[in-house]
Design a protein around this ligand. Structure first.
Ligand code: DSN
Length: 404
């Protein structure tokens, strides 16, 4: 055992167990998923796809990858899947390459309003390879008429929807109508809401999207990794060659095996009940904060935003650091019409996917709101807040025991 690393592993386990994890993109995976990500499958090179590899000895990983593909298609009711992307960013890069020539025009959400870095940020590859125009939110909500107006003017080759901090339902059908009007493709990045889509707790992007990308580790509660789905046999060929050999080399078959288990878990009644509870908890916390006079977004999904600048005269960074002192982990986040920079921000993003896996109830989600408000407004001190945190988590499962 490498004691130097093991010490930190155990400290991280303690941190996860003793805290309230509210980062909206995180979750706690089952024991089986953890076991597979640490399995001997990591030893195998398998460049290529099932039945068409550049290495010998691939019969077992071929079977595993094919099961993962078949389960992904069944879970999301689509025809084709690529389960090899190492992350959501690689999935998005491959999707753009499959649908567009270099320099192709993409219309996506203003990044400060909830888009992802790969949706056209100047610091991401995306803005270097493609031309972006952006649609804004109106009062925190998608304004489909405005998207249509900008699309008619900009004439994009691709319209992109699906976001990192949008708390409401997305109308994929309306996006498809706009895309058809300007003869653009429609791409949906459903990374945040994949677990909700899998359980029909959010409308599906199919049959409207030409390509759907996702991660598997957020609300879907699988291993860290990416996923691409589509219904068209020509598009999947382009996706496959964009992932390998264009962007990636050897697939992570240990992670792909864990993705296969994640897709199976997501088909269960237990998982549907879990996602329903995530939505109940998120709404309960957001509503409680609203009752307390805090400036928060509403929510239809697993996340919401707090305007900490207006509510507490704190930047998102300051609020994040303050909550970390009492074992509540969040992330600073830009909010619509933010006047601060991404390294400071006026907002905090709050999500309930992770804590709901550990057993968080609606009442506990309301207590979490009381702790956040009490501590950030300085109505309660650190000792009292720490005691309240301890009380909330005392009945929760340990992260190393999830899925037992
Ligand atoms: N970094 C992820 C998030 O936190 O939303 C997006 O990939």
């Amino acid at each position: 055992m490498d004691q130097e690393i093991n010490k930190w592993l155990l400290l991280e386990q303690e941190r996860q167990n003793n805290g309230i994890e509210l980062i909206a993109s995180e979750n706690f995976v089952s024991k089986e998923i953890r076991k597979l990500t640490g399995s001997i499958l990591t030893n195998k090179y398998a460049e290529g796809y099932p039945g068409k590899r550049y290495y010998g000895g691939c019969e077992c990983v071929d079977a595993i990858e094919q099961i993962a593909i078949d389960r992904a298609c069944k879970l999301f009711s689509c025809n084709f899947a690529n389960v090899q992307p190492h992350s959501g960013s690689q999935a998005n890069a491959a999707a753009y390459r499959a649908l567009l020539p270099r320099g192709g025009k993409i219309l996506s959400l203003v990044l400060n309003d909830g888009g992802h870095l790969t949706h056209g940020s100047p610091v991401s590859f995306s803005s270097h390879l493609y031309k972006f125009a952006f649609y804004p939110l109106k009062d925190g909500h998608l304004d489909y008429d405005e998207v249509e107006r900008i699309a008619l003017e900009y004439k994009p080759d691709l319209i992109l929807c699906g976001y990192s901090s949008y708390p409401y339902v997305i109308d994929f059908k309306r996006f498809k109508e706009i895309a058809d009007k300007v003869e653009a493709c429609l791409m949906v990045d459903m990374a945040h809401i994949a677990g909700l889509v899998a359980t029909n707790e959010h409308p599906s992007p199919f049959p409207y999207a030409d390509i759907v990308t996702s991660t598997t580790h957020k609300t879907l509660r699988g291993p860290r990794g990416g996923l691409i789905l589509c219904n068209d046999s020509e598009i999947i060929k382009k996706v496959n060659s964009a992932i390998f050999p264009y962007y990636q080399g050897g697939p992570l078959e240990h992670v792909i095996a864990a993705k296969a288990v994640c897709f199976k878990e997501a088909m269960s009644d237990d998982f549907k009940r879990y996602i329903q509870q995530v939505k109940i908890n998120t709404k309960a916390c957001s509503n409680r904060l609203k009752q307390l006079g805090v400036k928060v977004s509403g929510t239809d999904n697993h996340l919401f935003l707090i305007n900490v600048l207006d509510s507490y005269s704190l930047t998102g960074k300051e609020a994040q650091l303050a909550l970390e002192e009492i074992g509540i982990t969040t992330n600073k986040n830009m909010i619509p019409n933010d006047t601060l920079t991404p390294s400071k921000t006026s907002g905090l993003r709050i999500g309930f996917a992770a804590v709901t896996t550990r057993g968080c109830t609606k009442e506990q989600a309301e207590s979490v709101a009381d702790i956040i408000h009490g501590f950030l407004s300085k109505a309660i001190d650190k000792d009292k807040a720490l005691k309240m945190v301890k009380e909330v988590i005392k009945s929760w499962k340990l992260v190393q025991e999830i899925g037992e």
